[in-house]
Design a protein. Structure first.
Length: 166
């Protein structure tokens, strides 16, 4: 199946109409990130949002296809946040729960950054979450991914309900 067969004109219109404070972060991710910033849990000199890496899948779409530019954009992976502390770069994934999915994204984004930007310093990875899965904290540590969790007393206010892991 070719990538251009997977999106409908309606999905395209909906994607163009959707606007959030941080590109491609959902409402829960946005609330987690805003809380982390407000509480001073993460401190960076400079922030970049929706940083794209990868995207080799677009090579499957004919260069003359009407939506080629869209596929060049959509098939790239989107890092929620790139944070800079001096010359140190952090790839940051924001999630309600620091789960296996978040861990995989952190590791993958860090690796893509290394491969695509070899002249830039060695990236570090971070997951900013409302809740860290206690079973995975050691796994995050072993993978050299820093976990920053919200204080327990603000989680319910930030999430508005029990987290579902997405």
């Amino acid at each position: 199946m070719r990538p251009e067969t997977l999106i409908t004109p309606g999905n395209l219109r909906a994607a163009e109409a959707r606007r959030v404070p941080f590109p491609h972060m959902g409402p829960h991710d946005t609330r987690v990130w805003n809380a982390a910033l407000r509480l001073g849990l993460v401190k960076f000199d400079r922030l970049e949002y929706d940083v794209r890496l990868g995207g080799k899948g677009a090579d499957l779409v004919d260069k003359e296809h009407i939506h080629r530019a869209m596929w060049d954009t959509l098939l790239r992976k989107r890092v929620d946040v790139i944070g800079w502390q001096g010359k140190q770069v952090w790839v940051v994934e924001v999630k309600p729960v620091a789960s296996f999915a978040a861990l995989g994204q952190c590791i993958g984004y860090r690796d893509l950054w290394k491969r695509e930007r070899p002249g830039v310093c060695e990236p570090r990875a971070m997951c900013v979450c409302a809740i860290a899965d206690p079973d995975l904290l050691k796994t995050f540590e072993r993978a050299a991914v820093r976990v920053v969790s919200l204080p327990p007393d603000v989680v319910d206010d930030v999430l508005g309900h029990a987290p579902d892991g997405h």
